[in-house]
Design a protein around this ligand. Structure first.
Ligand code: HEM
Length: 124
């Protein structure tokens, strides 16, 4: 019964990451250093908090195949977000391409995480 609350802190950090991301985007280039670092560090915090929950998540799932598929998709999105975010801040690679990746990945990540929470929620 105490599984879903484990997602509360990573969930709040994820929402804060999105808020700071949109704020950073609104202020535009050159990026505000404080907003950029808040966005990046909160994102890192959210990822760490989520990774800490992985073993517990896999332990309570009787048939974890679908869950693992969503985990892999989520991990791929996180790597894409960190890579595209770093490339945008360094001004490397095509900006439109990296921004597009950085805009699509959070949507896919939210869907993957939502489905994981739904799958786990059904077991409780
Ligand atoms: C879980 C990880 C992350 C999520 C969910 C996330 C999400 C977002 C979102 C939603 C935006 C607003 C995009 C828009 O205008 O539509 C944004 C902007 C931005 N993010 Fe992230 N982000 C993450 C990690 C990072 C990291 C690690 C970095 C840097 C290394 C980064 C750098 C940026 C930059 C530079 C922008 C401004 C883009 C622009 O409009 O020029 N992000 N992020």
């Amino acid at each position: 019964m105490d599984t879903l609350p484990k997602f509360t802190l990573p969930g709040i950090l994820f929402l804060l990451t999105l808020v700071f991301g949109f704020w950073l985007s609104k202020v535009g280039k050159p990026y505000n250093g404080l907003l950029f670092n808040f966005h990046k560090l909160i994102a890192l915090g959210a990822v760490v908090m989520m990774v800490v929950q992985f073993p517990k998540i896999l332990k309570i799932a009787d048939s974890p195949v679908l869950l693992i598929v969503f985990l892999v998709v989520a991990a791929f999105c996180v790597v894409a977000l960190f890579a595209s975010g770093a490339l945008m801040s360094l001004g490397k690679l095509d900006y439109t391409l990296t921004l597009t990746i950085h805009r699509i990945a959070p949507v896919v990540l939210t869907i993957a995480l939502g489905l994981m929470v739904y799958l786990l929620g059904r077991k409780l």
